[in-house]
Write a protein that binds this ligand. Structure first.
Ligand SMILES: *Cc1c(COP(=O)(O)O)cnc(C)c1O
Ligand SMILES: *[C@@H]1O[C@H](CO)[C@@H](O)[C@H](O)[C@H]1NC(C)=O
Length: 414
């Protein structure tokens, strides 16, 4: 089909779901090992990660009330917009209005909205490497050019601000920040976020703040939303219930103009946004209707439990990785559910790269890891530590055995 199809630069990278599918197909069921997937960021696969009954009850009550079987306004139910604006305002030096909040089908759709709204002829956006490939995919469909800036592994995966200065030009429309970070597990300090805001201001670009892991911070740095710097630079805050409430399948997310100077409040932009939402089709109305109760009634105990597990499982990873010579982790994760681990293939006799490592690991040990190449870093792997602690330990044991089997040098191994 050549005619009628807009010419589009097809992303050359394989999607995360695509490569995980190939890895699953490469499993060897003959070896009778239980499959442990640390590839995908879906904690619901593990029984220690279940949502709170508060959220379930709120959804059930909204559903059975029979009040929410109709369409919602395309920008979202007013009570859900209000609840989210209040929830986000708690951590901001100003108050958001319900009109700042647009309800989306998960954070994924919020990304799609952000890129579509920002797109204009010849525009480019700056995205982190390693990053989250949905940004590249959306940009390709909207003919927006992607330019990558590095995150610095030795420096808590901070943004290489010099790279931003080098990449930004008059066609740059936005800088994307993922904090707490996937795939790196970074949680940025107030000072670093401030520098990012200053850099964005200097280049007159918007910051797109992917805060889908908001509050999932268990290390030294507390979570600071980018919107704190909204007076300095307009911020689009993207989020969802998916990660903090462990309900990725509910598809409840938000696109928020965290922008006290109302740069996005001109009639034209608001009209464009409203029209765009007319074609979006957000989450089911009864899920939206449950949001006020979900946000107000979820206890700190529930959040603390999740953080305790994530802190524990990330510690387990760090500790086990120390015993595997071909793997190193330059920075301890402080948040989110994933970390990047560096692979030294020169220590392995018959493994060429991260893709090869992950395919052979899947086949021989039934453990799934995500090759770093899929998130932009060759010869790294992403480990999702949102897993049952005992299974995670077993997976890392198997990775150790695997690495030993493929290693040149058996010194230091028993
Ligand atoms: C999971 C994730 C998303 C998508 O969130 P959903 O609410 O599941 O659509 C977006 N950005 C990042 C960085 C993620 O890890
Ligand atoms: C890989 O390991 C070898 C042997 O220990 C070492 O000399 C080399 O510097 C390592 N490479 C990287 C990229 O860490």
């Amino acid at each position: 089909m050549e005619n009628g199809v807009a010419k589009m630069e097809t992303p050359t990278n394989v999607t995360i779901k695509g490569i995980l599918g190939l890895l699953m197909a490469n499993l060897d069921y003959e070896n009778k090992k239980r499959v442990i997937s640390l590839g995908m960021g879906d904690p619901t696969a593990f029984s220690c990660f279940t949502t709170t009954s508060v959220a379930e009850d709120a959804v059930v009550d909204a559903l059975t009330s029979q009040k929410f079987n109709g369409y919602s306004p395309t920008v979202g139910l007013p009570q859900a917009r209000k609840a989210i604006s209040e929830y986000l305002s708690i951590n901001l030096p100003y108050k958001l209005s319900p009109d700042d909040v647009f309800i989306t089908a998960g954070c994924t759709q919020a990304i799609e909205v952000a890129i579509s709204i920002l797109a204009r002829p010849n525009s480019n956006i700056l995205v982190p490497k390693p990053g989250f490939p949905i940004y590249e995919l959306c940009a390709a469909f909207r003919n927006v050019e992607i330019r990558h800036f590095d995150l610095l592994p030795e420096n808590n995966w901070e943004v290489d601000l010099d790279a931003i200065d080098a990449l930004a030009d008059h066609n740059t429309v936005a800088i994307v920040i993922i904090n707490p970070g996937n795939p790196c597990g970074n949680v940025y300090s107030y000072q670093h976020l401030k520098k990012i805001a200053e850099t964005a201001k200097k280049h007159k670009v918007v910051v797109v703040a992917d805060e889908v892991y908001g509050h999932l911070a268990f290390g030294q740095n507390p979570f600071v939303p980018m919107g704190v710097f909204g007076s300095m630079v307009p911020v689009l805050t993207l989020g969802s219930l998916s990660k903090r409430w462990i309900v990725p399948g509910w598809r409840l997310g938000w696109f928020v103009t965290t922008d006290p100077n109302s740069m996005f409040k001109n009639t034209k932009t608001v009209e464009r946004l409203k029209k765009y939402f007319d074609i979006c089709g957000g989450p089911a109305t009864f899920i939206q209707a449950a949001v006020p109760r979900i946000i107000k009634e979820t206890s700190d105990t529930f959040f603390m439990k999740t953080l305790d597990i994530l802190k524990h499982t990330s510690d387990v990873c760090m500790k086990k990785i120390e015993d595997i010579p071909c793997l190193t982790c330059p920075t301890k994760p402080q948040g989110s559910m994933a970390m990047m681990v560096k692979l030294n293939v020169s220590l392995l006799k018959d493994i060429h790269d991260d893709i090869d490592f992950c395919f052979k690991l899947a086949k021989e040990e039934s453990v799934i890891l995500l090759p770093g190449l899929t998130v932009g870093l060759k010869n790294w792997v992403r480990i999702t530590f949102a897993a049952e602690p005992s299974l995670l330990e077993e997976a890392l044991e198997r990775i150790k055995t695997f690495s030993r089997r493929h290693s040149y040098d058996t010194n230091g191994y028993i």
